[in-house]
Design a binder for this molecule. Structure first.
Ligand SMILES: NC(=O)c1ccc[n+]([C@@H]2O[C@H](COP(=O)([O-])OP(=O)(O)OC[C@H]3O[C@@H](n4cnc5c(N)ncnc54)[C@H](O)[C@@H]3O)[C@@H](O)[C@H]2O)c1
Length: 330
């Protein structure tokens, strides 16, 4: 029997997931939902499936095994709870919400139902991530350096901070999250931002550049630096430093520098494909043990990046990052 999958939001990232799913044996792209008629038509022509403009209609009409929620950060408004209520497994793209109270409700519901649920932090699935874990165990890492040096993304919501959550929350979240996966929780953050360099993009309200300094529960320290004002970006990567060993990680390759040599490990498969494989396997087997980014953990990454945004809005004021818990959500 095929695994019937539905989508809420069929824009850019959904298309990448759809490409992966379309190539998988035994997966049926059964239903697509989007507010935008052109986006819906484009996706339906390419991938098939019944088309819906409203996600509850889709969930009522279709019996789906799994639903991907691939909508912009500001648009999360209960879709996840509706998917869980339908009995389907849930995939949510990062950042999973901008509203922590709403996120806690979703996390609690996943826990209560024992549902299969996965979040879109695909960097965790890269085979090179596994290698970093072996070469630089969490307790050996003293310093973390994350860089996200890019341009202004074309989606209309993206350049509006109130809709995207800001760059720490929207894109640098991948680096925060991977560092949490490799080093552990961040307990303190202080951040600064600058602006005033972009005059040619209407409606732009993002910071042109920002930096966040963090401390981990292990005692390690870190820095995340981002800009989005480059037409030709310099890429994004994460460096981890231990005694006599440094690892420079990007989604395409890992470079490890020891005292006497530098070794390059190219990533074998695209991390997004590995993530989709793991999710569909979990749905079929009803076994979440292969999922590397749970909703509850993704919510801790949002908690951390929202603290960074709060700090830069308060001119660098130190923020303690609390650990959210199910108890606190009850
Ligand atoms: N994992 C990654 O590397 C990665 C990459 C890109 C985007 N993303 C994330 O995926 C999410 C979507 O980003 P995108 O680039 O695909 O955006 P997008 O604007 O290309 O697509 C989003 C789609 O969602 C639709 N939509 C909005 N509200 C909806 C609703 N209530 N119901 C149904 N459809 C709705 C929009 O009409 C649009 O077609 C964002 O949170 C983004 O951060 C993740």
């Amino acid at each position: 029997m095929s695994t019937r999958v539905g989508f809420i939001g069929v824009g850019l990232i959904a298309t990448s997931h759809l490409e992966n799913l379309a190539a998988m044996e035994g997966v049926e792209i059964a239903a697509l939902c989007d507010l935008s008629e052109p986006a819906l038509e484009r996706a339906q022509q390419r991938f098939g499936g019944a088309a819906y403009r409203e996600h509850r209609q889709m969930l009522d009409a279709e019996k789906l095994d799994a639903v991907y929620v691939c909508i912009p950060p500001f648009a999360h408004a209960g879709q996840e709870l509706d998917v869980l209520a339908s009995g389907a497994a849930l995939f949510v793209e990062k950042p999973v919400t901008l509203d922590l109270a709403r996120g806690r409700e979703v996390a609690r519901e996943i826990e209560r139902r024992g549902a299969v649920a996965c979040c879109g932090y695909h960097w965790r699935y890269a085979d090179t991530t596994r290698r970093v874990k072996e070469l630089l165990p969490a307790e050996s890492i003293a310093q973390v350096l994350g860089r996200w040096l890019g341009g202004i993304w074309m989606a209309p919501w993206w350049k509006v901070k109130e809709l995207s959550g800001g760059q720490m929350v929207e894109q640098v979240t991948h680096l925060f999250d991977l560092s949490r996966y490799l080093v552990g929780d961040i307990t303190e953050v202080t951040a600064f931002a600058t602006g005033g360099n972009v005059h040619d993009v209407e409606g732009y309200t993002l910071d042109d550049a920002s930096v966040a300094n963090v401390r981990y529960a292990t005692g390690a320290v870190g820095n995340f630096s981002q800009t989005c004002i480059l037409e030709r970006g310099l890429g994004s990567d994460l460096t981890l430093i231990g005694r006599n060993r440094a690892a420079l990680f990007s989604t395409s390759a890992l470079r490890v520098t020891d005292t006497d040599r530098t070794t390059e490990y190219p990533a074998r498969d695209p991390a997004l494909k590995l993530e989709d494989d793991a999710f569909i396997h979990a749905v079929r087997e009803r076994d979440s043990s292969g999922l590397l980014s749970t909703y509850a953990d993704a919510l801790q990454t949002v908690t951390t990046t929202l603290a960074a945004e709060a700090s830069l809005q308060q001119g660098g004021r130190l923020q303690k990052v609390g650990r959210w818990s199910f108890e606190a959500a009850l």
